[in-house]
Every structure is written in C-alpha cells, then in structure tokens.
Design a protein around this ligand. Structure first.
Ligand SMILES: Cc1cc2nc3c(=O)[nH]c(=O)nc-3n(C[C@H](O)[C@H](O)[C@H](O)COP(=O)(O)O)c2cc1C
Length: 324
C-alpha cells in the first residue's frame, strides 16, 4: 500500500498512515504488529507476552526500521521489562494507572517515545504533565477494559482542548467513517482494537474470532464479570460470553496448553482465549468494542488498514470538497 496520510501522529512516530493497532495481550502477536507496521500503520506488542525480549528481537529483525511500540498494562507491570525494552523500541505505552513521570522518564532515557491511554480529561492533563509525547483518549465504546465514563467524541473534545500533544482516538472505531470522523475532529490517529483482534494474524482463539464476526454492534456489554486476577475493572465484552459464564457453575472452564503443564482457566478469568486455550471458549473473556459490528470476516491485517485508510481519505476529501 502506498497511501500516505500525514498527521502529527505519523510525523512523531514515523509511520505512513494514522492507524495505531491497540496492544491486546495475547491477541497482539508479533505477526499482527508486523503486518500493521508494514501496511503503514503502527503495530504494538504486549508487555505481558511470554517472551517479550524475543518478540522485540523478531520485530527488529523483520520490520526493517518500521516503527512499533510495546503496551504495558499496569496491573501486571514489570519494571525490569520496561528497563529492558525502552532502549530498544520506538515507543512504550502505559494503561490503567495514574500517569507517572518516572516511567515516562525511563522511556525517554531509553530513547523511546512515551504514551499513556487515558479515559478522562483530567487523566489526559496528568499524562501531558508527566511528559508523555502522545496520549490515547479511550471512549467507553472500547473493547477490553474501559477506563472512563465518557463516549469518545465528548472525551476527545475535552482532551483536545486540554492538552497540546498529538491525540490518538480509541473506542468503537471499526470503519473508515469512524477514522474520518476522529481525524476531522482533531485526533491525529485512530486506535483500532477489536477489528485487529479478528484478523488472520491475531493470536485470539479461532472461535473468539468467529464470535466477533457473528456479533453486531449492540451485542457487547460493560461489566465486571471477568475479574479473576484483575478485580474492580470494568470491561466491554460480548454479552453472549458473559451470559454463558454466568450460567455455568464450574470453577474452571478450560486450560492453556503449552510447553509445561496445562494452566487452568478460572470461569471468570480476565484472560481472553488465545490459540493455545482449550475448553469453553464461549464462556471466556471475549472482549469486544462497539466496533464489532464492522467485523464481517477474518481478514489479513493489511486489508483492514487499507480499507480504513483509503475509505477515510475518500470521505475526508469529499467532505472538504463539498464545503469549498
Ligand atoms: C481483546 C482486547 C484486548 C485488549 N487489551 C488491552 C491491553 O492489554 N492494553 C491496553 O492498553 N488496551 C487493551 N485493550 C483496549 C484497547 O487499547 C482499545 O482501547 C480498544 O480496543 C479500542 O476500542 P475498539 O476495540 O472498539 O477498537 C484491549 C482491547 C481488546 C478488544
């Protein structure tokens, strides 16, 4: 794909199109991050990977200098891992804790850019004050854990007024229309989670991907159902999965295979099913945003990037053209 849309985000991070793939635990495989970065967007690895340094090695070896980042989910934060990767990756990003200037400083000392995903205007101000180079504003339409209480557009309005750094809009964006809307509103990029979770390169379990294809925009719900290992944290998931989990009465609903002994999965585990998970996939944490209505097939990630960017460019050109 040769299309380029230049924004403050693309200029800062050095990619060609204003699409950031969300860090999504085991769904964000190196294959997914690489495919997104090669398509001109910005791929993300998850710090919680089984072997993050090896994933970073693989990305550095195959990305030919294309930018990518690592997402740290703060309830599972490992400071030694941040120290290890900050000097080696273009961007590190944090989610689900108060923005911390010390951690931003570690990123910068390692020569990485620092980003924080936030759910409120106050949190965006704190991220800017902490020295973040860019901020992800997450509306409640988002799949996975939901940090704030505002829909994306009101949140974006407040955040764009409050801080000067580039803003990435997240939550419920699954179509070119959504991408065009947030760019027109002043965001510098769109962050896409659910649509990438359903791509060929994603590490999500195949049955999870199929459930995303089958679901409509109205089929998600915010709850605290999947609270084992991470309590008091609202998250948006497929309602069907929440209903099945609540209807079962087993202590465990499956396990994760791998090199060692199978690891049992409690019924309300926070962990979404990956390729190595076995058991009642339909009862597990099938995180999905309101963007899930845009998931109609399991496509290669590059096709998703192309669809979103080409469509957004046409819409923005048509809108601007009609106002001249
Ligand atoms: C399966 C899944 C896992 C997620 N895991 C994380 C995560 O580990 N770290 C993080 O910062 N955000 C995570 N998120 C939230 C995303 O960063 C983002 O806010 C969200 O996906 C945007 O909404 P969308 O899913 O409608 O595109 C996750 C989202 C999904 C769908």
């Amino acid at each position: 794909m040769s299309m380029t849309i230049s924004t403050a985000f693309t200029e800062l991070v050095g990619c060609r199109v204003p699409i950031q793939q969300a860090g999504m635990g085991a769904a964000s495989t190196p294959e997914l991050a690489l495919a997104v970065s090669q398509a001109g967007g910005f791929g993300m690895l998850a710090a919680a990977a089984d072997d993050l340094p090896a994933e970073v090695d693989a990305m550095l070896a195959s990305s030919a200098g294309l930018p990518f980042g690592v997402n740290f989910l703060m309830p599972f934060f490992d400071r030694a891992m941040l120290d290890a990767v900050a000097p080696r990756v273009p961007l590190v990003e944090f989610y689900w804790s108060d923005p911390d200037p010390v951690l931003v400083g570690v990123a910068h000392e390692g020569s990485a850019l620092a980003a924080w995903q936030v759910g409120s205007v106050d949190e965006a101000r704190a991220a800017a004050d902490a020295g973040c180079d860019l901020i992800v504003a997450q509306g409640i339409e988002a799949g996975g854990h939901v940090r704030g209480t505002l829909g994306l557009l009101p949140l974006l309005d407040g955040v764009l007024d409050a801080v000067a750094v580039p803003i990435v809009a997240a939550g419920g964006i699954g179509t070119a229309r959504g991408v065009a809307a947030v760019l027109a509103a002043g965001a510098s990029a769109a962050r896409i989670g659910t649509r990438f979770a359903a791509t060929a390169e994603s590490g999500a379990h195949p049955a999870y991907k199929h459930a995303l294809v089958a679901a409509s925009a109205t089929d998600t719900v915010v709850s605290e159902t999947y609270s084992e290992w991470w309590p008091d944290a609202p998250h948006r998931a497929l309602r069907s999965a929440v209903d099945v989990a609540n209807a079962l009465d087993d202590e465990f609903v499956g396990d994760v295979g791998g090199a060692g002994d199978p690891f049992p999965i409690p019924r309300f585990a926070v962990r979404p099913p990956n390729r190595a998970t076995r058991g009642r996939i339909d009862a597990m944490a099938l995180y999905a945003g309101q963007s899930v209505g845009a998931v109609t097939e399991i496509a290669p990630a590059a096709d998703v990037v192309r669809e979103l960017v080409e469509g957004a460019e046409k819409l923005l050109t048509a809108t601007l053209g009609s106002t001249r």
